[in-house]
Design a protein around this ligand. Structure first.
Ligand code: ADP
Length: 563
């Protein structure tokens, strides 16, 4: 049996029951083993005992832990009914009328016999919990006095605590014994419980059970139950039918103790924080570090982005400048070529102008001589108009070439571009006594080019060829040959001359800007030509002829097939 007040007192209480069993149940000997709560668990687990007499709380634990089954319940004269026998009474000093309700215990010092006690603590704990109070948080202090429980009453009386918890009826018993004067202590949170003849502050629970354990023989248990039910009362205490202990289950469930302690596993956050505050601090520092780090990275990224944007803007500006310079240089070069061709142009224009003059003079003579044949005059006027158109066409071509404009790609036949360019050029070569031979291949793929730029390239190369050929005398008799042919998937244009050819230095530096061997030369022509051809996705190169002179070639890839 549970000896919560010491072995001696327990033996005294239960001796009559043991004696009765030894008398009534033949073939078995009954020995009382007084145990505290821990020893009780060990003894039951080790099957050292067959029956237990214990308080309702401990019984519930044994029932769920070890299959204990109640046979009978104590019936005591002191507490009216075995189903409503155990309760808690909270007492305060009689001169403390301010402490009247259980809610008023908040922030007070409370004396209890032990926090393990059922009637002495857990029963009241459930009432406090129902009011939303957690004794370990909301009371200023819980002082455990140990048995006997009368000590709780003494601490309250002496003012060492504000209130104390007694099992129901102990207050009345102490007054009856003269240990307390009536009115010396008053009941806090008194409830009306008609089944119990004592003042009480809690709900009531069934009295102690007598239980068999799982392995105890069923027959023996039956004999024991029968013997106990027929036991006459000793000191107002006997055994009656087993009571319903569901309310005790409910208590343990509410408080998450005993068999329901596992419910407590869901530790509340505050508890967790209290236990693991070091980790929380570390985690908080880590989060803080991370926030600072992210903020820093953000700032760095912004700064770098701004730098990059500035750099990009600068590069765009530089590119725009470069494009402008390129355009200016191209224009400059076109004007250069024009300058070089100026005499050629003058010569070309001279022819239609001279013809116009001749026609005009002839017509005027006809009129003067009075033999104005209208048909002949009309022919003459027609011829003048034709020559004037020819002059206009020459000027038109030159203006078209010189005019500055945006490059515009169109799908063209390279032979057409070559023929057009030669029309601008041929008479110049002719006047210098240099023959120009043309071989245009049939069926070349179309190319996507800027007409003016390709003309510029060709004129440059032709002009260089004329410069190199002029003054070479009879040796240059073969003149200049312009040839188109299929090449490298696209078209190839070759300009071959029989001129002076290149020195070694000139060969290495031919395409360098400002490399020139001519007194009036700029040295920009070929470098610009290469830029233009490469912009068309092609290639421009020079190679010495086997016999004499130089050949310049460029290839242009074919235009993509029209969609
Ligand atoms: P420029 O004609 O103003 O000198 P280019 O870049 O067109 O500038 O030519 C650079 C140099 O390359 C010329 O001065 C000349 O020495 C040389 N060169 C170009 N074409 C030929 C050629 N067909 N034969 C010999 N030398 C050439």
């Amino acid at each position: 049996m549970l000896a919560f007040q010491g072995a001696e007192r327990a033996l005294r209480t239960w001796e009559p029951t043991a004696a009765h069993l030894n008398r009534s149940v033949g073939g078995s000997r009954f020995v009382l083993v007084p145990l505290d709560l821990d020893a009780m668990s060990r003894a039951v687990a080790g099957r050292e005992v067959d029956f237990v007499i214990t308080n309702p709380g401990n019984y519930i634990a044994l029932e769920s832990g070890f299959g204990a089954t109640r046979l009978v319940t104590v019936e005591s004269e002191r507490s009216g009914s075995p189903i409503a026998a155990i309760g808690s009474t909270v007492v305060a000093r009689g001169d403390r009328p301010d402490l009247d309700t259980l809610a008023g215990l908040k922030g007070r010092r409370l004396a209890v016999v032990s926090t393990e006690a059922f009637g002495g603590y857990q029963v009241l704990w459930r009432e406090l919990a129902a009011l939303g109070l957690d004794p370990s948080d909301d009371l200023r202090e819980i002082r455990q006095t140990g048995f006997p429980m009368e000590r709780v009453a003494q601490l309250v009386r002496d003012g060492l605590v504000d209130a104390g918890v007694l099992r129901a009826c102990l207050l009345e018993e102490m007054i009856a014994e003269g240990a307390l004067a009536p009115g010396e202590l008053r009941v806090v949170g008194r409830r009306d419980e008609p089944k119990l003849p004592c003042a009480v502050s809690s709900r009531l629970y069934p009295d102690w059970p007598f239980a068999k354990l799982a392995e105890t023989s069923h027959d023996l248990a039956k004999q024991v139950a029968a013997a106990l039910l027929s036991m006459p009362a000793v000191d107002g205490q006997a055994w009656t039918a087993p009571q319903d202990y569901t309310q005790v289950h409910a208590l343990m469930q509410d408080l998450e103790i005993g068999p329901y302690a596992h419910l407590r596993q869901h530790l509340n956050l505050a508890e967790l924080a209290r236990r693991h505050w070091q980790w929380l601090v570390i985690a908080a520092m880590a989060v803080l570090w991370w926030v600072v780090h992210v903020a820093r990275v953000e700032v760095l990224v912004r700064r770098r982005t701004a730098e990059l944007e500035r750099e990009i803007a600068e590069r765009e500006r530089a590119e725009n400048d470069a494009a402008r310079h390129r355009a200016e240089r191209d224009q400059f070069s076109r004007l250069g070529i024009l300058g070089e061709m100026a005499s050629n142009i003058a010569h070309e224009l001279n022819q239609p102008l001279a013809a116009i003059m001749n026609y005009a003079r002839g017509m005027s003579r006809m009129l003067d001589g009075g033999q104005a044949d209208p048909a002949m005059l009309a022919d003459g006027a027609q011829a003048v108009a034709t020559q004037a158109e020819r002059a206009a066409a020459i000027i038109q071509r030159i203006r078209g070439f010189v005019r500055r404009r945006k490059p515009r790609r169109e799908r063209l036949d390279i032979n057409e571009v070559v023929a057009e360019t030669l029309a601008l050029f041929e008479s110049l070569a002719g006047r210098r006594g240099i023959a120009v031979h043309v071989h245009l291949a049939e069926g070349l793929p179309g190319v996507s080019v800027d007409r003016g730029e390709i003309q510029q390239v060709l004129l440059n190369i032709l002009q260089n060829a004329v410069d190199a050929t002029a003054g070479q005398g009879a040796e240059a008799g073969d003149g200049i040959t312009v040839r188109t042919s299929p090449g490298e998937g696209g078209v190839k244009v070759a300009v071959r001359d029989c001129g002076a050819g290149l020195s070694q230095e000139a060969e290495a530096r031919l395409f360098e800007p400002f490399f020139t061997t001519k007194p009036e030369g700029l040295g920009l022509g070929l470098s610009i030509c290469r830029t233009i051809i490469e912009a068309h996705g092609g290639r421009l190169w020079a190679s010495a002829n086997p016999r004499r002179g130089l050949t310049l070639r460029f290839v242009i890839p074919p235009a993509e097939a029209p969609a």
